[in-house]
Design a protein around this ligand. Structure first.
Ligand code: PMP
Ligand code: GLN
Length: 382
């Protein structure tokens, strides 16, 4: 294995899920729902499957899916041409990797916000670029963007900034003011923004998801990425997409066509159906997840953890110190065997493990009885 990929030989999700299976643990580690998406979407997939949609779809994605993606983005007030400004990908993961490979190279720096979703560091490395990490800071009871730190991280080699909101693993949803600060930097220094918006619909209370591309000056320099997995409970389908100006989309397509070429034939029309018709179902999902967030947060607090607030995504982070532990990773490795629950330590998503070692991430995209069982087991920790 080449040296630049040596840090990335296994993922925490694969390792934790394997450990959870070995110990028959309740798996609140890897974030995936344990119920299916809307029936209409499943039926659309079945119909496509039996209706012959089993060969290569068109390179940019099926036309009805690109039209549905454009229609969905229009809800935020941004218009994209389905023919030149939208590309369907193998999940957001491929969209992120192909964007970085297409738009950054050796000598370029990419700003990444820490903690970061694990594929970012690997994708920057595959592109041959370097990551510059800026940490979130705990302020006013939430994990906030360190605007000063962000400014200080820009150099004459900075090419792009990768922004994830709603944010995995902290559950932060960036405010308009935070996004304006990002936009100002991008415009001043002529940077490309790559946004990971896979949790765009999973925002709670009065939080609002604001796509960076809707801010002045950002439409033409933002590669907006999302996917169906989190919105429609179909993480295994791996249907994602890129929305950007024609030049950026053409660049990403150049990389994407030689990574997977195309993927997900029969799932593409099903996701088109979902984007066109199933947003009321998603609203129910959102409400239900908000209840699950409260259910798990309450249970974790009762088990003795110091729970951090979550405004979006389906993750909640806790500080393990009140229970007498210093390193959440050590706890995470023994938790499946000790009490039969799996979780993910936040420090594995960072370049500064010492600063983040107290935090443990739990996923709450699970049936209520599963959450309750996890909490019952975790109470045995004290
Ligand atoms: N970005 C974030 C922040 C994620 O949590 C995930 C995991 N689901 C992905 C991207 C990957 O999305 P997909 O499954 O569509 O590739
Ligand atoms: N996105 C999910 C998480 O953060 C899992 C993705 C994966 O397993 N690669 O838990």
């Amino acid at each position: 294995l080449v040296s630049r990929l040596q840090p990335f030989t296994s993922t925490i999700f694969a390792e934790m899920t394997a450990l959870a299976v070995r110990h028959d643990a309740v798996n609140l580690g890897q974030g995936f729902p344990d119920t299916d998406g809307p029936v209409g979407m499943l039926e659309a997939a079945k119909n496509a499957l039996f209706g012959g949609a089993n060969q290569y779809p068109p390179g940019p994605g099926r036309p009805e899916l690109r039209a549905a993606i454009a229609g969905h983005r229009l809800r935020y007030g941004v218009e994209y041409d389905p023919d030149t400004e939208i590309l369907v990908t193998a999940g957001a993961t491929e969209a992120i990797a192909a964007s970085l490979i297409a738009l950054t190279q050796a000598g370029d720096e990419v700003i990444v916000i820490e903690p970061y979703y694990d594929s970012y560091a690997a994708a920057v490395a595959m592109a041959g670029a370097e990551r510059r990490v800026v940490g979130l800071v705990e302020r006013d009871g939430r994990f906030a963007l360190d605007v000063e730190g962000l400014r200080a991280a820009v150099t004459d080699r900075t090419r792009a900034i990768l922004i994830n909101s709603p944010h995995n693993p902290t559950g932060t949803v960036f405010t308009r003011a935070e996004l304006e600060a990002v936009a100002a930097l991008c415009v001043t220094h002529d940077l490309i923004a790559i946004t990971d918006e896979v949790y765009e619909h999973l925002v709670f209370d009065d939080a609002e998801h604001i796509p960076l591309a809707t801010l002045p000056g950002m439409r033409e320099r933002t590669v907006s990425i999302s996917s169906a997995g989190k919105t429609f409970n179909c993480t295994g389908w791996k249907i994602g997409w890129v929305c950007a100006s024609p030049g950026l989309v053409a660049a990403v397509k150049a990389a994407k066509q030689f990574i997977t070429f195309v993927s997900g034939g029969p799932f593409q029309p099903a996701v088109a159906h979902a984007l066109d018709h199933e947003l009321p179902w998603v609203e129910d999902l959102r409400t239900s997840l908000q209840g699950k967030r409260d259910r798990l947060a309450t249970g974790l607090a009762e088990a003795g953890f110091a729970v951090r607030p979550t405004a979006g995504t389906y993750f909640v982070c806790v500080d393990v110190r009140p229970l007498g532990f210093e390193d959440a990773a050590e706890l995470a490795w023994e938790l499946p065997e000790r009490v039969g629950v799996a979780a993910v330590p936040v420090k594995v998503f960072t370049d500064h493990p010492e600063e983040w070692k107290h935090l443990l991430r739990f996923a709450f995209c699970k049936r209520n009885e599963v959450i309750d069982e996890a909490v019952t087991r975790l109470r045995k920790l004290t």
